[in-house]
Design a protein around this ligand. Structure first.
Ligand SMILES: [Zn+2]
Length: 450
């Protein structure tokens, strides 16, 4: 397969009239100028081609609960949504997951994690529904087996109706690792162990989950330092700040990445970087919930792995990674200006923002075979138009698409297969997915009504 664009950004180099050849889902050659022959050709001189975007944090089932609590902070928002989420089943998750993945693919995302932590008692097949849907739509997928074990009666935030028994959590997590995890290079599915947060999981389960993950060589993911409410919860209950707690539980290292990582102090920023722990920055969700602004620049300067996530659609209402890189750039500058920095407008330039959305996210997910366009890497590529109304005539394509994010990608290739072409999804029908989502959201709302 030959992929060619007006400008190709490999993650490091910017190549005019650049092309790449791929075979069996792997890039074999990258070049410019006269194009070599190939069986299958995507030749888009009006586009910028970039490494497929990586979504480092999401909760796809939340596509069925968008628009709830439009004006509340995290804990208030969670308390209102837990009872609704308690009503989900595999069907709802399949329909919501399909919508989430379709939207991600259409926005140029080729590799996504999904942190699923709601498994209502008696509802089988939820994790399977997500894995199957990713396979159907052609998305490279890291499903995270999330969990909640600390219910309200034991001092946690979620109601007892949505928490599970620790033994059942660990047994199911191990079962889905055996069934779905593929550690090979170029893997289309890797399972992650992901207890939800310090306020919904016991320290014992956190520790046991880390042991389980390391026994099987899989990654670890959780929410951390998202809000000051969470920080107060940790200090009140455990006498420790969130990162101190996680360090004590063995929850830092190259196989761990946190969602959000907003409220770190200076030494914590350094400790996150030194331990090789990743951070998934989710700017839209953080602004929507008034959670704060992640210290992205400080983390990057300290050498930490930082990626981007759309977070669940219940706190974003969309899943467009190009918008997240745009938001990341603006938030970094806003944060710098609020600190009185005279160079605030240079904080996080557009190329650094593109790196967060590509190689940064791949690093969080432990994928050194994704996130850049080089020989030997996965053939995951997103094409964005430079001649549409939103971008026509703009001089610097990488800046143009960061400052004015596109609504959708023109073409998307995952694992050497064309999944989006002419801005249309080839692996699913967008109108049907939207209609099914509307119906499922309505059914869920009716079911959850007291
Ligand atoms: Zn989240």
């Amino acid at each position: 397969m030959l992929l060619r664009a007006g400008l190709l950004f490999s993650g490091a180099d910017e190549v005019e009239n650049g092309w790449l050849l791929a075979r069996g889902g792997v890039i074999t050659e990258v070049g410019s100028g006269p194009k070599p022959a190939a069986d299958d050709v995507v030749d888009l001189p009006n586009c910028l081609a970039v490494p497929g975007l990586v979504n480092a944090h999401d909760h796809m089932y939340q596509w069925a609960t968008r628009g709830y609590v439009p004006d509340g902070g995290l804990f208030e928002w969670l308390r209102a949504l837990y009872p609704v989420w308690a009503q989900i089943d595999a069907d709802t998750v399949r329909i919501a997951g399909r919508a989430a993945m379709a939207r991600l693919l259409l926005s140029g995302c080729t590799l996504s994690s999904d942190h699923h932590y709601v498994f209502p008692s008696g509802q089988a097949g939820i994790f399977e529904a997500l894995v199957e849907t990713a396979g159907e739509l052609g998305l490279r997928f890291h499903p995270c087996r999330g969990s909640m074990s600390l219910g309200e009666s034991k001092g946690g935030l979620p109601p007892d109706s949505v928490v599970e028994e620790p033994d059942a959590i660990l047994a199911h997590t191990e079962a889905v690792i055996h069934r779905f995890h593929d550690p090979a290079p170029g893997s289309m599915c890797r399972v992650v162990v992901a207890p939800c947060s310090p306020f919904s999981v016991t320290p014992e389960l956190m520790r046991d989950s880390a042991e389980l993950a390391r026994r099987h060589g899989v990654s670890l993911h959780t929410h951390l330092a998202e809000t000051l409410d969470e920080e107060r919860f940790c200090i009140d209950r455990f006498g420790k700040r969130p990162l101190d707690l996680m360090e004590d539980l063995g929850w830092t290292g190259r196989d761990v990445w946190f969602a959000h990582g907003i409220h770190f102090n200076d030494t914590e920023v350094d400790r996150v970087a030194e331990s090789g722990t990743g951070v998934a920055h989710c700017p839209s969700s953080n602004m929507r919930l008034g959670a704060g602004a992640c210290r992205v620049e400080d983390l990057v300067h300290a050498g930490a792995k930082v990626g981007l996530g759309v977070d669940g659609a219940a706190s974003n209402e969309d899943a467009n990674l190009a918008v997240e890189l745009h938001q990341a750039l603006l938030v970094a500058r806003m944060r710098a200006s609020m600190q009185g920095r005279v160079d605030a407008a240079t904080a996080l330039d557009s190329r650094a923002a593109w790196r967060l959305a590509t190689v940064g996210g791949a690093g969080c997910l432990g994928r050194d075979d994704c996130g850049t366009l080089k020989p030997g890497k996965c053939a995951d590529v997103a094409f964005f138009r430079l001649d549409d109304l939103g971008h026509a005539g703009m001089g610097d394509p990488l800046a143009a698409l960061a400052l004015a994010p596109p609504a959708r990608a023109e073409a998307v290739v995952v694992n050497g297969k064309i999944v989006v072409r002419d801005g249309r999804l080839l692996t699913g029908d967008e109108a049907t997915i939207a209609a099914d989502l509307a119906a499922a959201s309505k059914r869920l709302q009716a079911r959850a009504r007291p």
